[in-house]
Design a protein around this ligand. Sequence first.
Ligand SMILES: Cc1cc2nc3c(=O)[nH]c(=O)nc-3n(C[C@H](O)[C@H](O)[C@H](O)COP(=O)(O)OP(=O)(O)OC[C@H]3O[C@@H](n4cnc5c(N)ncnc54)[C@H](O)[C@@H]3O)c2cc1C
Length: 467
Amino acid sequence: MTVSSPTTTSLDPEAIRNSFEGRVIGPNDDDYDTARQVTAGHIDRHPAVIVRVANDNDVRKVIELAQETGLELAIRSGGHSAKGDSTTEGGIVLDLTDMAAVDIDEKAKTAWVQAGASALAVTQAAAEKGLAIGFGDTGSVGVGGITTGGGVGYLVRKHGLTIDNLLAADVVTADGELLRADQDTNPDLFWAIRGGGGNFGVVTRFQYRLHDLAGIVGGMLFLPATAEIVERYMSLACSAPDELSSIANVMPCPPMPFVDEKWHGKLVVFGLLCWAGETEAGQRVLQPYRDLAKLGGLDAPIADMLRPMSYAGMYPPEDPGYRPTAVALNMFIDKVDHKMAETIMDRLEKVETPMRAVQLRVLGGASARVPDDATAYAHRDSEIMVNIAAFYDGSEADRQRKLEWATELMHAMHQTDDGVYVNFLADEGEARIRAAYPAGTYERLAQIKRRYDPDNLFRLNQNIPPA
Ligand SMILES: Cc1cc2nc3c(=O)[nH]c(=O)nc-3n(C[C@H](O)[C@H](O)[C@H](O)COP(=O)(O)OP(=O)(O)OC[C@H]3O[C@@H](n4cnc5c(N)ncnc54)[C@H](O)[C@@H]3O)c2cc1C
């Protein structure tokens, strides 16, 4: 493995190695190139040092180090930031991946989870006790990033966002203080970390409420993609009982072994459905989705993997080396009528790239019953979340082409909702960060930022500068 050099070397990893209980990784360490990698394939930064913190005290000391040296500080839990915020060129990475303990209180139906744990690890540990909490659609995402931004996943309609099940958190703030944040203690901080991202400090532990969930009925369903099928799928999904949360990915069929090869690369509706309720009722609710295949001239879906299973089964195995180069734009829409479905099909058919997708996620249910001002995530009335994505070949020219395609489609799909979900933002500028927070919410966040991080130490994020 080649060892890369940072462009800035103002910090000698050797000089600080013994100051931490956790591991200090510098450019001369064999695993430096692995340790500096993040999911976003276009991000290739060389931190001066990566500190794999072992405890709250290490976290405090890394914050102190960043203050003393003036170096840029990146916070990393699962490393999935599309903007690459969990790494830095020449700065310090505070890496929480070794702080990943999951401690479940089965009787109380709560869990204390260290912020470096993955969504999959928590989901599996909870499932062993017949309990669950919703994170996102991908198991490798870190609870640190997904929780501080909101958390929209397979239980969003049944149990709300991840933050709707957050009871408390431990946060180390810019002055190195370890604070408890909950409904009664530092309630402003508790409000802000539920959607305001990593602006306010480093969360070291989250306490979540868990729900009884012995199993689900769900999984993957592949249907041919036509405007009619997209429209009908979304109409079913939007009017479904809260027990059903679902995603429709309209995209070229991935080459999965259980899908007939003749479909590979053809546009399909790749549905991800999760029924968190009684099994027979679930089968009844899911049947009309299977029947949509007939509208595409088929007797049965292209592939039907819907079945009773453990909730953790919603997270299939992932390739840890997967680092795609992709552009993605997020937005909310009110409904998918025929015109909208035609627009989606038309644009997906026109773009030249083997992998592109319009992802439609139905919101509502429990997530909509939380008042707008209860958390910093305030899109409670938004109906459907959309991600428009296209992979590019790694070159800037191709990235621009794909971004233009996605931007045009985003404008074509716009209805009345101007919001955007902060956790799906890439490097898109201040206006898009402001769109993540409705009027009033942004200003309140900026005031809280001033209180907890007046010098904007935590600025490598979707940044809200102090008021
Ligand atoms: C493949 C993929 C699928 C996704 N699916 C979903 C989904 O279904 N639903 C959804 O809601 N989101 C989803 N996301 C978005 C995801 O929630 C965000 O990218 C999130 O920030 C990733 O968290 P992380 O800890 O893995 O990332 P990191 O890159 O480690 O962190 C991202 C940022 O979060 C902040 N942060 C992280 N940890 C902490 C902490 N302990 N304390 C304070 N701040 C912290 C920091 O600002 C950091 O820069 C997905 C992203 C990807 C790449």
